[in-house]
Design a protein around this ligand. Structure first.
Ligand code: ASP
Ligand code: MG
Length: 422
């Protein structure tokens, strides 16, 4: 069995959903679990509904939700004819479930409501696509993933219960393949043992594909994307970006750690556990081989480039000239944890510390205020953090040009350069 994952971009409209059918036609003889995200930017739209609901902006709440309903029902009209009524009823069931909640007053935690509302994006898209494919004679069985993936109740960041989920997958999911080659389910969501919906964190559908691959010992996972595969840089910042044909699990985790938007980093661990290859392929051109990620580290990787814009550097010096190590560092770490700030880069000296973070205005101000209690604080804004893995002198020169370098860190494999924007 294989696992396929289609993300929001690959199912964003009429043409792209037609294309999913075109892709699947090439795999009709194989058993495939198909994991689907919400359409396009639906998750963002549903987040706005959750916020409006929680802030008790009733009119906004329903207006925003109506837009989401309309988008799905309009698309359904174009995609489905024979089963139109049945499909409409199925979508309406999900709408009703959300609306029922929206009529309430919020009395619980925001994250709880978020998950009950936002999970509908995946339920709606997968339902629509399942009906559409069946009508195109691409026979499939729709499955509510919440009957399989059990999680804890850490809403918006739910943790998988591997034991219960594994048992469910074997007992309830595998038998579905006896009748159909394709089973269609949702990424990103799960359910607690009290049948409350949960989500696994934004962009979590990749992770769902990884979870199922591990639970079912899949032969491979394929993530269908709007790029040719994993590139050695974002083509938006680096015009000579090329597709990397082979990568190791470790390299992908490193790339994600430095900020490359490749694959949800949690996806890799379950695959590595069972040594399952992950393919990243273009949904626009099936002939391209894309990228394969395995446990093998390929030789001669090209330099991999990651930019993080809008950085701010904090230069902190102890007020009383005491050593930074020990109490001051500990104090700083406590503040960072409290403010939920993860530095992108840090460096220590005898009586000073430097750290670079994403410049999100309230966080920058809060950190500056708190740090001032024991440090003299200097701030430098408008910086870009460039990371080059497998760097060469030529690449460093080419990418830094005449820019002023504020901070540099180098290891054998990776160089990180904090630069002033020009
Ligand atoms: N729909 C969810 C999101 O946009 C999950 C995903 O796309 O992977 O975050
Ligand atoms: Mg997505």
């Amino acid at each position: 069995m294989k696992v396929f994952k289609f993300g929001g971009v690959s199912i964003k409209d009429f043409d792209s959903i037609q294309n999913v059918a075109h892709i699947l036609e090439n795999f009709k003889d194989e058993k495939i679990l198909i994991v689907i995200s919400a359409m396009g930017k639906m998750t963002n739209a549903l987040e706005s509904v959750s916020e409006a609901f929680f802030e008790e902006r009733k009119e906004d709440t329903f207006r925003l939700f109506e837009k989401i309903k309309k988008a799905h029902l309009d698309l359904l009209k174009y995609l489905i004819t024979l089963q139109w009524e049945k499909a409409t009823n199925s979508l309406n069931d999900f709408f009703t479930e959300v609306e029922w909640l929206l009529h309430d007053k919020p009395v619980k935690d925001y994250n709880y409501y978020y998950d009950q509302i936002v999970c509908s994006g995946e339920l709606l898209s997968s339902t629509l696509i399942s009906y559409f494919l069946n009508e195109k004679k691409i026979h499939n069985q729709w499955l509510d993933v919440r009957d399989i993936l059990r999680t804890d109740d850490a809403f918006r960041d739910a943790k998988i219960d591997w034991e219960v989920s594994g048992k469910n997958a074997v007992e309830k999911l595998l038998p579905l393949f006896e009748k159909n080659n394709f089973v269609i389910t949702q990424g990103f969501i799960g359910s607690t043992d009290e049948n409350e919906s949960t989500t696994l964190g934004r962009e979590g559908s990749d992770y769902t594909a990884g979870i199922f691959a591990e639970l079912l010992d899949a032969e491979s996972v394929t993530i269908w994307k709007d790029v040719n595969g994993i590139m050695n840089g974002d083509p938006k910042d680096f015009k000579d970006a090329v597709c990397i044909e082979e990568l190791s699990y470790k390299e992908v985790i490193e790339m994600a750690y430095y900020g490359a938007k490749v694959i949800h980093p949690k996806t890799i661990k379950p695959l590595q556990n069972k040594n399952i290859p992950l393919y990243v392929k273009s949904f626009a051109d099936l002939r391209l081989s894309g990228t394969v990620i395995t446990g093998v580290s390929p030789h001669d990787l090209p330099p991999v480039i990651v930019y993080k814009q809008n950085q701010v550097l904090f230069k902190l010096q102890t007020i009383d000239f005491s050593f930074a190590e020990g109490r001051p560092t500990q104090y700083l770490n406590e503040i960072l944890e409290e403010l939920r700030i993860k530095p992108n880069l840090s460096q220590n000296a005898a009586i000073s510390l430097m750290l670079c973070i994403d410049d999100v205005s309230e966080k920058t101000e809060q950190l500056a205020a708190r740090a001032a209690e024991i440090f003299e604080v200097q701030i430098q804004k408008d910086l870009t953090l460039l990371t080059i893995r497998h760097y060469t002198p030529e690449y460093i020169t080419m990418l830094t040009g005449h820019k002023e370098i504020v901070l540099e860190q180098k290891s054998k494999e990776t160089i990180r350069l904090l630069m002033k924007d020009v």
